[in-house]
Structure formats: C-alpha cells, structure tokens
Design a protein around this ligand. Structure first.
Ligand SMILES: Cc1cc2nc3c(=O)[nH]c(=O)nc-3n(C[C@H](O)[C@H](O)[C@H](O)COP(=O)(O)OP(=O)(O)OC[C@H]3O[C@@H](n4cnc5c(N)ncnc54)[C@H](O)[C@@H]3O)c2cc1C
Ligand code: SF4
Length: 331
C-alpha cells in the first residue's frame, strides 16, 4: 500500500487553500473509492485531508424555492432513507438503493459518489496496461480490447470508458446543480455540465480544479420529480455497477406525456441525457408503445457502439422505455 499522511480539516477555507497549493493532497470522505484507487495505484496522493469534520455538509434541507439541498457529506444510505426526498424524488432514492452494498452506502458520501472514477478494468489494473486516463499518452487498451462494458455515445479514440455513478444519472435527469466552494467563492455547476466527455484529455473526469470542494447538490423543485423511476440493468442482481441504466421523470395530462426528463447511465463518459427523445415524447400517450419506442429511437440515431457492446444499443432503448413506463404509472 502506498504510504500517505492523514490530517483532518476543520475549516472549509483552509481545506480549499491546502488543496489549491498542494498537488499531492486529496480530499477524503468515505474513502470507498479513493482507497481502492490507491491500492490499485491509480491514485497516489501523498497527503489525505479528511473532510468529514466540516460542519453543515452532511445536512439534507429544504431550499426556499421548494427544492432540496443535499450536503456533499451526507451518506448514501441517509439520503436514500430521507422521507421528504423519497416522496418528491423517488428516482434519487432508487438510484442510491440500487448502488453498491448496504455497508458501502453507510460509508460513502454524495460528493464522493459523483467524483468516483471509471470501473474500466484497464484503468484499475496495477499491472499498467496502456490507459490514457491513468497515464496520458500511453494509449487506450479498451478501444480495440475488452470493451463490452464501455461507451456507445460520446467516446473518443483516446478513451471509451463510462461513468459509474448511478446517482449522477438521476441528478442529470432532474437538472440538479453541484454547489462548489473554491478560492473565488461559491459557484453552481449545472449537473449536465459537471462531468466531461473524454476528447483528447480523458484524465480529466469533470470540471473541478485544484482548490474546489463540493459542498452540496441542489435539486430544483421539478414537477416531474414525484413521477420518477430509476431502472438499472447489471450482470448480477446486487453489488454490481450498471451495464445500462435509465432515470425517467414525467408529468402527464391524463395518459399523455406533458414533459419528460430522461437520462442514461452505462453508455457514455458522463450521464447521457436523451434530449431528442424528450422532445419527441411530448404529447405521446403512455398507451401507445410503438410511438414511445420510436420517440426514444430519436436519441439513438448517432449511436456508435464498439466491437463488443453492440447489444447495448437495443438494451438501452428497452431500459429507457421501461423506466419511462414505470414513471408514467406513478403520475
Ligand atoms: C465494491 C463497490 C461497488 C460499488 N458499486 C456502486 C454502484 O453500483 N453504483 C454506484 O454509483 N457506485 C458504486 N460504488 C462506488 C461508491 O458509491 C463510491 O465509492 C462512493 O460513493 C464514493 O464516496 P466516498 O465518500 O467513499 O468517496 P471517497 O472515496 O472518499 O472520495 C472519492 C473521490 O471524491 C473526492 N471527494 C470526496 N468528497 C469530495 C468533496 N466534497 N469535494 C471534492 N472532492 C471530493 C475524493 O478526493 C476522491 O477523489 C461501489 C464501490 C465499491 C467499492
Ligand atoms: S477506456 Fe479510458 S479508462 Fe479504459 S483503458 Fe481506455 S483510456 Fe483507459
């Protein structure tokens, strides 16, 4: 195990300043991803700054506009059990409950969850196969290698990895905001802009820089939130990352879709919003399966499967349809 020094933060401003000036320092919350990365030698920080003592960052509270603020240090299990959130945003609670295991969810924080890194096996392999995310410029072993679990949208020749967080898919569907405290003060990053596509710099997963601390996630008061659902398909029933997943949230007029929010996981380097399908689904009856299917297909016109994951093209559309139908039944 890589050796490191551990200290504890008691003040956000000091924590941010330390992170900004020291490239070898990493924040640690639950440690459920970071310590694994360190064991795999995919992350080698020399100093860990434990942020769990920072005040107020574990709260879940109502916002004046009717939305909800989820503190970055709130634990996945606490958020999933929150009664207000379960009623207003079942898609968030479900995305958390389908993730990891009970023990992990008790430990893992919301901020750490959206910051977790890809599960691409080459990236996590400490034997060091070429991996641009791990060692920029070394190549991508998955591009023509084992890419069954990899992206079908938005990839580049430099990296074909997918983002593993289930929660991130639900938050993207609801247009949540990431509340970030940096050297220049607080800023909001729209969730759909938070994670990046790989392009030629796959070593960067998201828009955060040195000295940036996630303080909370703000979920706006979406009318579609109550009629929402998260559906996850994986190789085994529990304790497994998504092969393909979908977060759907809808508002209806009787059985007709008035507005739809649809995002998918397991298919791109970031949560993938089905914008064309959302538009095409407006006004469609939940009872017209063919029309629902062809509206969803609008978002798959430019799909680009790899050698071993062509099955995801059909699977993703079926998962999106089923998630949409379940959300519709809740409307
Ligand atoms: C076996 C296993 C199975 C899993 N299955 C799933 C699954 O099915 N679905 C799923 O979504 N996840 C799954 N996970 C991932 C798990 O949810 C994450 O490991 C966890 O959410 C990370 O949170 P943490 O608090 O432990 O983060 P840490 O490990 O402490 O930190 C992770 C990263 O986030 C950074 N960080 C943490 N907090 C902040 C902050 N406030 N601001 C800025 N940076 C921060 C750290 O510096 C680090 O880089 C699984 C993990 C394991 C080990
Ligand atoms: S897909 Fe990305 S993470 Fe996986 S080997 Fe290629 S560069 Fe590395």
């Amino acid at each position: 195990m890589h050796s490191f020094a551990l200290s504890r933060a008691d003040d956000p401003a000091k924590a941010i300043a330390a992170h900004a000036r020291d490239e070898r320092l990493a924040f640690i919350a639950g440690g459920t991803d970071l310590l694994g990365l360190m064991k795999d030698r995919a992350a080698l920080p020399e100093r860990l700054l434990d942020i769990n003592g920072l005040a107020d960052m574990a709260r879940i509270e109502a916002l004046p506009d009717g939305g909800l603020r989820i503190g970055a240090l709130a634990r996945m299990s606490d958020v999933a059990a929150n009664i207000d959130l379960r009623g207003r945003f079942p898609v968030i609670a479900e995305s958390l409950l389908f993730a990891a295991s009970g023990q992990l969810r008790n430990m893992a924080s919301i901020g750490g969850n959206i910051m977790q890194r890809t599960r691409c096996a080459y990236f996590r392999d400490d034997d060091g196969p070429p991996c641009n995310k791990r060692r920029p410029g070394s190549g991508c072993s998955a591009r023509y290698g084992r890419n069954r679990n990899h992206a079908i949208f938005g990839w580049s020749d430099a990296c074909v990895a997918t983002h593993p967080s289930d929660l991130a898919v639900a938050l993207a569907a609801l247009d949540a905001n990431v509340v970030v405290l940096g050297l220049a003060g607080e800023r909001l990053i729209p969730f759909t802009d938070f994670h990046r596509l790989p392009g030629s710099t796959p070593e960067r997963d998201n828009m955060l820089g040195r000295g940036d601390l996630i303080v909370a996630i703000d979920v706006p008061p979406r009318v579609e939130g109550r009629a929402s659902h998260y559906l996850k398909v994986r190789d085994r029933e529990s304790y497994e990352f998504a092969l393909v997943s979908a977060a759907a949230a809808v508002a209806t007029d009787r059985r007709h879709l008035r507005s739809v929010r649809l995002a998918m996981g397991g298919i791109a380097h970031k949560p993938w919003r089905l914008a064309a399908a959302e538009t095409a689904l407006r006004g469609v009856s939940l009872d017209d399966i063919d029309a629902l299917r062809s509206a969803i297909a609008e978002s798959f016109i430019d799909v680009r499967p790899l050698d071993h994951n062509g099955f995801k093209v059909e699977l993703a559309q079926r998962v999106a349809l089923r998630a949409l139908q379940t959300a519709g039944e809740r409307a």
